[in-house]
Each structure stands twice: as C-alpha cells, then as structure tokens.
Write a protein that binds this ligand. Structure first.
Ligand code: ADP
Length: 247
C-alpha cells in the first residue's frame, strides 16, 4: 500500500514539474516576442532610412539581423503553438476532412501555382473525429513540407487519400527528396532537422507540432519514405460519427 501511494505521489510530482516547465517555456517565449519585434523593426528602419547610404558590408549585416530576428520570431511562434496545444483540452467533434483539406490547399494556392505542383485528392475522404484547430495544424505542416522538400529535378506531385473503418487513416504523399530510414522517427522530435538551412529553411518544429496535435486527438502519425523518391506521411484518427468531448 505504501509503495502504491509513494508511486502516485512521485507521478503527481513529475506531472507538476512538467506543467511548470510547460508554463515556464510558454511565458519565456511570450516575453521574448516584444523585444524581438523591436529588434526587427529597428533593423527594418535602418534599411529603409539609411539603406542606400550604407556600405555594402554593413547593408548585408543589417539584412542578416533582420532575417535572423524574423527566424527567431517564427521559432517563438512554434514553441508557443507547441506549448498551447499541450496545455489546452481538445474539442473533438465530427469534421469533414475534405473541407479542412481544401481550405489548407487554397491557403497554399499561390505556392502550388508557382511551383507547378500537381495536387490530387482521392475521394472519398471520410469525416474524422477531431479538433478543428489541431487538425488544421497537422494538415498545414504536412502540406507545407510536401511542397517545401521537393526534388530539385521534378515537378512536385502531392496525393491525398484515405481509408476507413472505425479509424480513418489518410496519407499525404509527395515525390520529394525523401527521408533516410534511420531518421524517420527522429524528425518528429522538436528542432530535429535533416536538410540544410540554405536550400530548405525551417525551424524543425512542424512535425513535432503535428505529432503532438495528432496525439492530443487520440490519433497517431508516421511516415514511410524512400530517399530520392518521396515520402508518405500517414495520420490515423477516429472516424467522425457523433459528437463527444475529448480530453
Ligand atoms: P522544418 O520543416 O521546419 O525543418 P519539420 O519538423 O516540419 O521542420 O520537419 C523536420 C525535418 O524532417 C525537416 O527538416 C526535413 O529534413 C524532414 N522532412 C519533413 N517533411 C519532409 C518531406 N515531406 N520530405 C522530406 N523531408 C521531410
């Protein structure tokens, strides 16, 4: 009896520590936003007001300050998103996957047009039991990656299809650069990146956010991929029938 009680106390303590850590990283990230925004606007003001008078070397440095500040702002936004979805309770309801997907695809409309990407959505896409915000985050990050990690010598092709029984599994498949087998699990960790910042800029948070979001909805996410050929990310969620509260 004593053992069980001690174990419970220890477990509660770990949960409290995790919650402290989450709220600590949330408030630090939040506090960093304002000074970073200031830094960015100072750099932009220098570029705007004095850009033409600056020697080339100085101009490049100020441009780098501005770019780095922008990158940090994106990183902070990603950390805030991650801590937010960890701390808030998902609202699970029946959602038409098809509708959310087409909303996300039209968000990337310009990028799809300019890259000449071919996007094929195979019907039917069944309804899923999901939290709308979390589902959007999953799709946003996966579609964004499918467009970003494209093969330099091929027109990007993206295919979305689904299969369903009690659960719905849907795939977002690309013909991009692919991912080596040994890294296929690691890429879902926060800040884990495989490809160079120069050709493929990013924060390394997108898949960690997508995984956490899928798990918060009681689902899962994974990838099958072949380097040089492409990747197929899958997401498994409960099929959307009635409305229930999630936790
Ligand atoms: P980011 O794109 O900001 O680096 P992600 O967490 O979304 O962060 O992805 C982590 C890493 O996984 C990427 O840096 C990339 O190396 C790899 N990756 C993700 N999606 C794909 C994809 N569709 N094709 C090839 N590599 C990918």
């Amino acid at each position: 009896v004593v053992d069980i009680t001690e174990k419970k106390v220890a477990e509660r303590r770990v949960l409290e520590l995790l919650e402290d850590l989450r709220s600590f990283s949330h408030s630090i990230s939040h506090d960093l936003k304002a000074p970073l925004r200031a830094l960015q606007s100072y750099a932009e003001a220098v570029l705007e007001d004095y850009g033409e008078d600056l020697p080339e070397g100085a101009l490049e440095l100020v441009q780098r300050i501005s770019g780095t500040a922008q990158k940090m702002a994106k990183l902070i936004e990603d950390i805030l998103t991650y801590t937010r979805i960890t701390g808030s309770k998902p609202e699970l309801k029946r959602i038409e996957l098809k509708e959310v997907l087409s909303e996300i695809l039209s968000y990337f409309g310009e990028e799809i047009r300019s890259s000449g990407a071919k996007v094929e959505v195979k019907e039917p896409l069944p309804p899923v039991l999901a939290d709308e915000t979390l589902l959007r985050l999953v799709l946003l990050n996966l579609i964004s990656n499918a467009l970003k990690y494209r093969h330099p010598e091929r027109r990007p092709e993206i295919e979305v299809k689904a299969e369903s029984n009690d659960w719905v599994t849907f795939w977002i498949k690309d013909n991009g650069i692919g991912i080596d087998g040994e890294f296929q699990e690691r890429i879902f960790r926060m800040f884990e990146r495989l490809h160079g910042e120069e050709s493929y800029p990013g924060t390394g948070a997108g898949l960690a956010i997508a995984k956490r979001a899928a798990e918060r909805m009681g689902g899962s996410i994974g990838v099958a991929s072949e380097p040089g050929k492409g990747s197929s990310f899958w997401i498994k969620l409960r099929r959307g029938e009635g409305n229930i509260e999630g936790g």
